[in-house]
Design a protein around this ligand. Structure first.
Ligand code: MN
Length: 250
């Protein structure tokens, strides 16, 4: 049984003297929840620090069996042609450019992609779509998508489109998910299909019909990794990265 190698993007922490370690320097890091989540599956994982030089991306992608796009700072809005709105959260410009290049190359090389939260939005941006930069400011009558009292997570129901890949994976058309985002998909990229929405119509999942497995979810399965829906999602992703059947993955 082949063991798939999954590459995972990383988040960024700016220079600070507040930490007991690595004072006065900036860091690339990743939350342990993502690491533990993938570790549940029959795969090995590597972190992909944000590179400034994009030349080696085809080589990097060729070595991976799948790509996990993680959550994090806001997507740089100039990458989809919009000025950064006032009151934006922290923006990771380099990571935005890097992930666009990763996504395009992974699609070219037909590698499976799972996008989580910001990763779901990045899929849309890389393929030519746009984002709401701030749900509270731009979507009237929105429901609460932000987890303002973390570690207590906000949750809300979503409706899943029958017949979609997500529906085939999860087997239900309505589930409850956690929610910790203030941005969301606005104009959907050509070729991308919206396969789940919240009650306020905010996009909660997208997939690329022409690909074997290119799926973005706006919620955080890694933070509810013992739930059946999260295990099914992980199983389907890792299965798509190799010949392992979903039932054998986790
Ligand atoms: Mn949400």
């Amino acid at each position: 049984m082949a063991t798939p190698l999954i590459g995972m993007t990383v988040d960024y922490s700016p220079v600070t003297d507040e930490r007991p370690f690595s004072r006065g320097t900036d860091l690339y890091f990743q939350n342990t929840a993502y690491i533990r989540y993938l570790e549940k599956a029959q795969c090995v994982q590597v972190l992909l620090p944000t590179l400034e030089n994009l030349q080696k991306i085809p080589f990097l992608i060729s070595k991976l069996d799948g790509l996990l796009l993680t959550g994090g700072d806001d997507v740089y809005s100039e990458s989809y042609g919009e000025k950064v709105m006032e009151g934006s959260w922290r923006i990771d410009v380099q990571r935005t450019h890097y992930e666009i290049a990763l996504i395009k190359e992974a699609i070219l090389q037909e590698k499976p992609i799972l996008g989580i939260c910001r990763g779901c939005q990045m899929l849309n941006v890389a393929l030519g779509g746009t984002l709401y930069q701030d749900i509270p400011n731009q979507i009237p009558q929105h429901i609460q998508h932000q987890s303002t009292q973390k570690p207590k997570w906000q949750t809300h129901p979503i409706k899943i489109e029958p017949g979609s890949l997500l529906h085939k994976i999860i087997g239900e058309t309505e589930i409850t998910v956690n929610s910790s985002h203030h941005q969301a998909i606005k104009d959907v990229a050509q070729g991308l299909r919206v396969t789940a929405r919240a009650a306020d119509n905010v996009v909660e999942a997208v997939e690329l019909d022409t690909a074997r497995f290119i799926l973005g979810v706006q919620w955080h399965p890694e933070e509810m990794q013992n739930e059946r829906t999260s295990e099914l999602l992980l199983g389907a992703f890792v299965s798509a990265c190799t010949s392992i059947s979903p039932a054998e993955v986790c």
